[in-house]
Design a binder for this molecule. Structure first.
Ligand SMILES: Cc1cc2nc3c(=O)[nH]c(=O)nc-3n(C[C@H](O)[C@H](O)[C@H](O)COP(=O)(O)OP(=O)(O)OC[C@H]3O[C@@H](n4cnc5c(N)ncnc54)[C@H](O)[C@@H]3O)c2cc1C
Ligand SMILES: NC(=O)C1=CC=CN([C@@H]2O[C@H](COP(=O)(O)OP(=O)(O)OC[C@H]3O[C@@H](n4cnc5c(N)ncnc54)[C@H](O)[C@@H]3O)[C@@H](O)[C@H]2O)C1
Length: 331
């Protein structure tokens, strides 16, 4: 019997592992606490259109990732994003041309992970709280106390602080994962019925509570009206203001935006704030993936590498590769 492999987390890392394992003829079952796939590549549907509140774009440097990105582009799941890119230093805005290729899901970032999910078996709105090994197989318990299984192996593909809590079966692994700190990011979306009078479409920011801002209508496939923007605070500012009320976060980041954008910024006609508690690892690692292969427990995620979409995909591939390698050696 092909006992399925449980994958906890259906962000880019979990989906990447799922694809590699199904391509090798194995069965997988994904679990995610959210109502859909994508994790930090999520897009929020709102009255002003879809808003990419997490990952803004991604780059591809590793040659394997470059190849898969090309396939995704040929499938129509991705487009290149070529914003009028600026930088802001000490309040000075300047054009920041570069030759970097940047990709986005179309018509929203989450379309990519939705396409990757395809027909893969997945259980959503299911927060896994316990992962334990019986005599022969693995079992999962969710927040409602329901048990899921049996599974031949388990891949944990969630942010490190959430993964550590699921690894009590492998204390050494749990300790390594628990040592990874992840930083928060406040994201704010603003919508203006009358478009702002600025050529800026994306901006890397320094010396401000803001770290990044992007104009949605510059992204292929997005609605052009109203004029919506996504602002990301720095992790330092987000940490200091972690418990601030969303309305106050919106106001403070709107003021920071108005200060640097160089045009009149009226009250927003639409606004929302989203707090990412585990947005990015505090430090990059070179782990690719972690495992207790004899137990059959694997861990992956962006935080094992660069804290970027590319790192998440590579980490999922590596977890799957190690699982398949161990399986082959023991068959
Ligand atoms: C604000 C922000 C901006 C970013 N900008 C960029 C960018 O411009 N470019 C770039 O390359 N990267 C960017 N990133 C990083 C990028 O989004 C991540 O590297 C990547 O999406 C991580 O994928 P992942 O699969 O490792 O984790 P995630 O996407 O976090 O997926 C983990 C999944 O696990 C689920 N989960 C967690 N715990 C449990 C549990 N107990 N039970 C069940 N499910 C669980 C979650 O719901 C989630 O769906 C950004 C991230 C943020 C937050
Ligand atoms: N906010 C968060 O939580 C984030 C979590 C994880 C990643 N985040 C940001 O994503 C991008 C992705 O980095 P990348 O894939 O290496 O893209 P990049 O465009 O090459 O940027 C790398 C880095 O270089 C600086 N930079 C790049 N281009 C310019 C430019 N034209 N002008 C000025 N500066 C530039 C910039 O500092 C980038 O950080 C990356 O932005 C992560 O911060 C967010």
């Amino acid at each position: 019997m092909n006992t399925p492999i449980a994958i906890i987390g259906s962000g880019m890392a979990g989906l990447s592992a799922a694809h590699a394992l199904t391509a090798a003829g194995l069965c997988v079952q994904l679990f995610d606490k959210s109502r859909g796939s994508g994790g930090r590549m999520a897009s929020k549907r709102s009255e002003v259109g879809d808003l990419d509140l997490g990952a803004q774009y991604f780059t591809a440097r590793d040659r394997h990732f470059v190849d898969i990105v090309q396939q995704w582009q040929e499938n129509g799941w991705l487009a290149e994003w070529k914003p009028a890119l600026y930088q802001s230093h000490g309040g000075q805005l300047s054009l920041s041309p570069d030759t970097q290729l940047r990709f986005i899901g179309v018509p929203r970032m989450s379309a990519l992970t939705r396409n990757l999910l395809g027909e893969l078996p997945a259980t959503f709105a299911c927060r896994i709280t316990e992962v334990f090994r019986g005599e022969q197989h693995w079992h999962l318990v969710d927040a409602t106390g329901q048990s899921h299984g049996p599974f031949s192996k388990v891949i944990v593909a969630v942010p490190a602080p959430q993964a550590a809590a699921l690894l009590s079966a492998a204390p050494k692994l749990a300790a390594s994962v628990a040592s990874v700190a992840m930083e928060p990011v406040w994201a704010v979306a603003l919508g203006f019925d009358k478009a702002l009078d600025t050529p800026v479409e994306g901006c890397f920011v320094q010396d401000s509570p803001l770290d990044w801002l992007a104009r949605n209508r510059s992204k292929p496939g997005r609605a052009s009206r109203p004029d919506t923007w996504v602002l990301h605070a720095t992790s330092a500012w987000s940490r200091q203001h972690i418990d601030l009320a969303p309305e106050a976060v919106i106001e403070q980041l709107r003021c920071a935006f108005a200060e640097l954008i160089g045009c009149a910024v009226p009250e927003a006609d639409f606004s929302l704030a989203h707090r990412w508690l585990y947005a990015r690892p505090a430090h990059a690692h070179q782990w690719s993936a972690l495992a207790d292969a004899d137990l059959g427990l694997y861990v992956c995620g962006d935080w094992c590498l660069s804290g970027r979409v590319e790192g998440a995909w590579l980490s999922g591939q590596e977890a799957a590769r190690r699982l398949l390698e161990h399986r082959e050696h023991n068959s």
